[in-house]
Design a protein around this ligand. Sequence first.
Ligand code: SPQ
Length: 427
Amino acid sequence: MKIKQIDNGLKGVITVPGDKSVSHRAVMFGALAKGTTHITGFLMGEDCLSTIDCFRKMGVKIDVSDKEVVVHGVGMHGLKCPNEQLYTGNSGTTTRLLCGILAGQDFDVTMTGDASIQKRPMKRVITPLSQMGAKIDGVDGNYCPLTLHGANNKLTGITYELPVASAQIKSAVLLAGLYAEGQTTVIEPACSRDHTERMLRALGADVKSEGRTIVLTPPEDLTAKNVAVPADISSAAFFLVAGAIIPNSEITIKNVGVNPTRTGILDVLKAMGADITESNFRDEVEPTCDLTVKSSKLKGTVIGGEVIPRLIDELPVLAVAAAFAEGQTIIKDAEELKVKESNRIAAMVCELSKAGADVKETDDGMIINGGNKLSGASFETYNDHRIAMSMAICALGCEGESEILNPEVVAISYPDFFDTLKKLGGV
Ligand code: SPQ
């Protein structure tokens, strides 16, 4: 994919695909609920299709059309033992949340994913689930393939203090908690995305959140409720940064999910001087609004502490914003970036450097001295959708022409990314 520097600005009103985290959960919890769940705005990305595939293999009927996804729920105790391994593709969310659900089933099952998934740490979910009574074998006790021995297991609720702020660990423990005797309590070091808690509550479960503590009392069953998936703020982030750094731009993104556990990107871009306005608020299970960004001069900032889990997936594209900003940006407390689809710290430092940015890797993030004139280059994606899209946005501001190698990886979370970019006047 070749991308040229933009000289006339990016302009237009766009929609971006449905939220990946909410789409996964809508299928998973819809499958575990009694009744039918109609999901609109579902993300037809490869990760969410992996989730659908896994639940179909466990006997759940799921109809997919252009208009909606319909999940015919089997109830909390209705999943069937699959005839084959479950394959979770590139999706950490599918793999880790499924661990929680499968720990509570009365059958044994093996699960694995692609080369990237087989390198991502699973001990973080195996440890608390084992404390609840689950039996899980993995390669070196940490990696896929994982075999979950659910048969003849009894789970017991625990109080678990998360060692890292992670919605996937939190969700795995809470989902196992659905099947446990007694209450399950999770205490987070900082608030991570809370889509699991919101959706379980909407399906009738007793989930109480107070600050960083979440307490789940296991329900008899869950009751299906339709889900309208908001547009994904993590996908919107690419165009928020593009609109901010490319002169003469004005982009409106419709109906974006602005759950406060996900809006760190807005706080940081505004602190950098971005011109972003919010309109048409709607407060549903997941709050939404339209976001409009106009180009402006950005300045460096410090990104660290409690905001990190609120923008963890947006850090690669924020590094791009920092490279185009005046002054220094420090990204810290972001070690978690090393265990995503790629080591996103090393990847961004390497690719931004190719373009001529002054960027240095640190133990827990990076330091970017912004404002260098950047030049087009051939950018690697590390088979990581967010690196591919971040470097595509970077390319829009680089002098001359750039190339994104294996651009098709964007299909994990945003299959139409390059079409949207084209519509705005990029590519
Ligand atoms: O699903 P996966 O592969 O882990 O996806 C990523 C992403 O960039 O799309 C991370 F690589 O998002 C995670 C996110 O980083 C999705 C997620 C969720 O839906 O619960 C939570 C975050 O991960 P974690 O490890 O912090 O819980």
